[in-house]
Design a protein around this ligand. Structure first.
Ligand code: SF4
Length: 403
């Protein structure tokens, strides 16, 4: 972890009212200002002549790289993590999902086509396989074909070094040797012998050594290949666990659409930054070619809410409109409590989106969780009839059928 401004400040004269307090020799007006700038690495620690040796050592230690970022292609990087748990701050780069492919396979082109064509949409995001792990001897030609399809390639031909080790100790020793030989860009490939518990323990120790101890040989992204000689459920279980703890790259033994669907969904959950909720565009959405008398519902632009409601509206045998208000991706109650779903904002959205020109109906159905806002909304939009709808999205079809 980097040092915070307050952690730095307590070592400076300003915190102890000692000689030099706020002397400005560093170019900052106060010791606190220097501490805050140093925490953001916007000032050189040497500019303060009063920094004690202890702070210099702590700062130097805290400034070491925790996990190196390695470029797998012009658009794909791996590694670069700096916390153990997502709630500490956020994870940085999603676990790379690669599929192993033999460059000498007679069906290489067909398999590559299948892999590169795969795409799944989840909550408005599209996911495709990130990379191919190439084996065999026809690496150059196979790599060109894979790259032409937009896939990153992992193989012995790539510019970084793949350091292998069957267990943690071997991996650490081999990585140290590679570093001693002047290696820079390294990917650590940890062997997986089918014992998931052992592999997860080793991955956890590697991540701890990188993030907390900044132990150089283990500060590189870690790749794990799942062997093919096990059934698909075990492969899915292994991939899911490795995704959670702590593989940067997972190499699947073969293409399987159901497996990819499960792990992309899990990956999206883990790598979505909770400080930046998924959101959809605020506008009027139309379902099943609605006519001017179709019902109008309203909600916030929190992606999960939108997709839950949208799925129900899509399933109806008639058309409908959904007005989605700009609420910074917050769910309805959160938006209301954070003043992101006010009567004024809803009224303005309805007007700006031109709802009155789109429909003949003058009825808007609001989420049941916001029933307490019905009178307020009615006052802000006197030309519309505000109706309180359901609390759960799954209740919408029944509610609309009852008119
Ligand atoms: Fe404080 Fe050091 Fe800056 Fe003087 S030079 S104001 S002691 S941080």
């Amino acid at each position: 972890m980097s040092l915070t401004g307050m952690q730095i400040f307590k070592y400076l004269p300003g915190a102890k009212k000692a000689e030099g307090t706020n002397c400005k020799l560093c170019g900052c007006p106060t010791c606190m200002a220097f501490a805050l700038k140093l925490a953001k690495k916007q000032v050189d620690i040497q500019t303060c002549p009063h920094v004690p040796q202890e702070l210099k050592e702590k700062f130097s230690e805290a400034s070491k790289t925790q996990q190196h970022e390695i470029k797998l292609s012009s658009t794909l990087v791996t590694g670069g993590e700096n916390v153990m748990y997502r709630h500490d701050k956020t994870f940085v780069n999603r676990t790379v999902i690669a599929i192993s492919l033999d460059s000498n396979d007679k069906d290489f082109d067909k398999k590559l086509e299948q892999i590169s064509n795969y795409c799944i949409e989840r909550i408005g995001e599209e996911f495709k396989v990130d990379a191919i792990y190439l084996t065999g001897t026809n690496l150059e030609t196979a790599a060109q074909k894979a790259e032409a399809k937009g896939l990153a390639v992992i193989s012995t031909l790539t510019p970084y070094t793949i350091v292998k080790g069957d267990d943690l100790d071997a991996l650490e020793q081999n990585s140290q040797s590679a570093l001693n030989q002047g290696g820079k860009d390294i990917i650590l490939e940890l062997g997986y012998n089918g014992c998931l518990q052992q592999t997860v323990q080793e991955l956890t120790l590697i991540r701890r050594a990188a993030i907390i101890k900044r132990h150089e040989p283990l500060t590189y992204p870690v790749m794990v290949k799942i062997p093919s000689d096990t059934d698909i459920l075990k492969i899915t279980a292994a991939a899911s666990v490795l995704l959670c703890r702590y593989a940067n790259i997972i190499v699947l033994p073969y293409f399987n659409a159901a497996l990819l669907s499960a792990i992309f969904t899990l990956r999206q959950n883990i790598y979505t930054n909770p400080q930046k909720p998924l959101q959809v565009e605020a506008k009027i959405y139309e379902f099943n070619e609605p006519d001017k008398n179709a019902p109008v519902l309203l909600t916030t632009n929190f992606a999960l809410t939108y997709f839950a409601v949208a799925a129900e509206l899509e399933s109806l045998p008639f058309g409908s409109y959904l007005v989605v208000t700009p609420s910074d991706g917050m769910s309805v109650l959160t938006a209301w409590s954070a003043d992101k779903f006010t009567a004024e904002l809803v009224a303005r959205s309805v007007e700006n989106f031109g709802l009155a020109q789109k429909v003949n109906t003058r009825k808007i159905i609001i989420p049941g969780l916001l029933s307490h806002m019905q009178d307020e909304l009615q006052e802000a939009m006197p030309q519309w009839e505000i109706v309180t709808g359901t609390i759960e999205a799954c209740q919408i079809p029944e509610f609309l059928k009852q008119g």
